[in-house]
Structures are given as structure tokens and as C-alpha cells.
Ligand binder design. Structure first.
Ligand code: DGL
Length: 267
């Protein structure tokens, strides 16, 4: 079981930021990544649609014997996590990208006002709001949907005047006034982490869920005695729709270009 792969899925290739953090922290683990490129963006879809896609992908990762399934997508984590836990039952563990971040915020930002930026699906689901409120630690959550950021990043507009202007426009929204930390609640945003940090000039802590999630996965595997002691199968990167441009973009999100394999999700 220890040599079984870690399953990771996302609406597309953005979740490779989480896969990359897992790869850096746990070099001996094998991964099977599933990017649902046929159905992205999840951030613009209904809850029911994201739930249906997530169940279908969980079936693929279960069939491949994954010892844990990481929902690397904030939109899927906010819409399908509870359903997946129920669906998968004891067959494997499901980890989302929201709980590790909420845990961190609970430890470090009690009685603070915290900002969240993410897709419409994530923000409208109010899951971060519900989970931070349930901590009962006086955390006030200020959230803003920032839907232009995903296409902007996918088109490679990073560290440019246009990205600077869009980021500034969003971050200066009065909803986010007075925050002491900002949660980057989307797979793509680690790529503009530097620009967001520069915008605040050190006055706001910028929290990246890919690193926190990788730590969470590591501690889970350690606690359950499931860490691999030697490198097994090579990583695989499956996608429900293949284009060259998806493959080229893997460089951006994973730090190196990887080979994508087409996997037919629906018969
Ligand atoms: N992966 C999505 C998320 O983290 C962003 C891209 C999409 O909308 O599909 O919310």
C-alpha cells in the first residue's frame, strides 16, 4: 500500500501547483494526476456539474489504487468534498485544499480579518466563511471573486503591466480593506504570489494553499504509516481533453514540461 500512488485532481492543469508542492516535499512518492481539461473552468460551473465530474474522476483514481485522493482544486473542494467523502467511504482518504488552510488560519490569525480571493464557485459556496466561523476564534472573513485572474495567468500575463493593473484593481476593492492576511484560494494564484506580495509591500501576509496542502498530505501519510520508502512507478498526468497548449502550460504550473495522456472520462 505504501508504494501506491497519491491521486491528485483538478479542473485542468492549475492543480499542478499542488502536485509540484507534493513532489518537492515527498520525492519518493508516485503521483497520478487527473486534469479535467474537457470541463474547465470549474469556477464558472454549477455545484451539481462540479460534483458529477468529481465523482467520475474519483472513480478513475480509485480504480488506479490511489492511497489518498487530493482535490487540488478550490472550486471542486468547495463543491464536492463532502459528497466525495461519502461516496468513497472507507475505500480511500480524501483531502481537500481548504481544510489545511483553515487550520493554518485558525492557528495564526485568531481575531483577525482575513481576505480570500478565488473563483466565483469557491467564493459563492461560502465554504471558507462557514469553516472559519465554525472555528469560533473570532476570524472575520472578507471574500472576493476574482474571475479574471485564471484566464490572465493561463495566457501568461504575469509580471506585466496588464497583470499588475488587474491585480491592483481587485486587491483595492473595499471588501478587502483592513485584512491582515490574504488566502490565495485558487490553484493558479501561486503564480502571481510575488505580484500580490509586492502589492501589499509586507503589510498583509499572503497564504498559498498548495504548500499547506502538501504539508497536510505529508502528515497524513506519516501518521497512517503510508509514506513510500522508495520511488515506485513514474508519475502519470491524465487529461480528459488533450491539446498541445495544455501540455505547454504544464511548464508554467509544474516547473517543467510533462507529458499529458488523454483519458476518456465519459463513454
Ligand atoms: N482549479 C480552479 C480552482 O482552484 C481554477 C480554474 C477553474 O475555474 O477551473 O478553483
Amino acid at each position: 500500500m505504501n508504494e501506491a500512488p497519491i491521486g491528485i485532481f483538478d479542473s485542468g492543469i492549475g492543480g499542478l501547483t499542488v502536485a509540484s508542492a507534493i513532489r518537492r516535499l515527498m520525492p519518493l512518492e508516485s503521483m497520478i494526476y487527473f486534469g479535467d481539461t474537457a470541463h474547465l473552468p470549474y469556477g464558472e460551473k454549477s455545484e451539481a456539474a462540479v460534483q458529477a465530474y468529481s465523482i467520475k474522476i474519483a472513480d478513475v483514481l480509485l480504480e488506479k489504487g490511489c492511497k489518498v485522493i487530493v482535490i487540488a482544486c478550490n472550486s471542486a473542494s468547495s463543491s464536492a468534498y463532502e459528497l466525495l467523502v461519502e461516496y468513497v467511504g472507507k475505500r480511500t482518504k480524501i483531502i481537500n485544499v481548504i481544510d489545511p488552510m483553515v487550520g493554518l488560519v485558525g492557528q495564526q490569525f485568531q481575531n483577525d480579518r482575513i481576505g480570500l480571493i478565488g473563483t466565483k464557485r469557491t467564493v459563492n459556496s461560502k465554504v471558507y466563511f462557514r469553516k472559519t466561523s465554525q472555528l469560533g476564534l473570532g476570524i472575520e472573513l472578507a471574500s472576493l471573486a476574482t474571475p479574471l485572474l485564471v484566464p490572465m495567468i493561463e495566457e501568461g500575463f504575469i509580471h506585466q503591466r496588464i497583470s499588475h493593473d488587474i491585480i491592483e484593481k481587485y486587491l483595492e476593492d473595499e471588501v478587502l480593506a483592513g485584512i491582515s492576511a490574504l488566502i490565495l484560494g485558487c490553484t493558479h494564484y501561486p503564480l502571481i504570489h510575488g505580484e500580490i506580495v509586492a502589492h501589499y509591500g509586507g503589510s498583509v501576509q499572503v497564504l498559498d494553499s498548495s504548500e499547506v496542502t502538501a504539508q497536510y498530505v505529508y502528515h497524513y501519510l506519516l501518521q497512517e504509516n503510508l509514506l513510500s520508502s522508495h520511488l515506485g512507478e513514474s508519475d502519470r498526468f491524465l487529461v480528459s481533453d488533450y491539446t498541445d497548449s495544455f501540455e505547454v502550460s504544464t511548464q508554467l504550473f509544474f516547473g517543467k514540461r510533462v507529458h499529458l495522456e488523454f483519458y476518456k472520462l465519459w463513454e
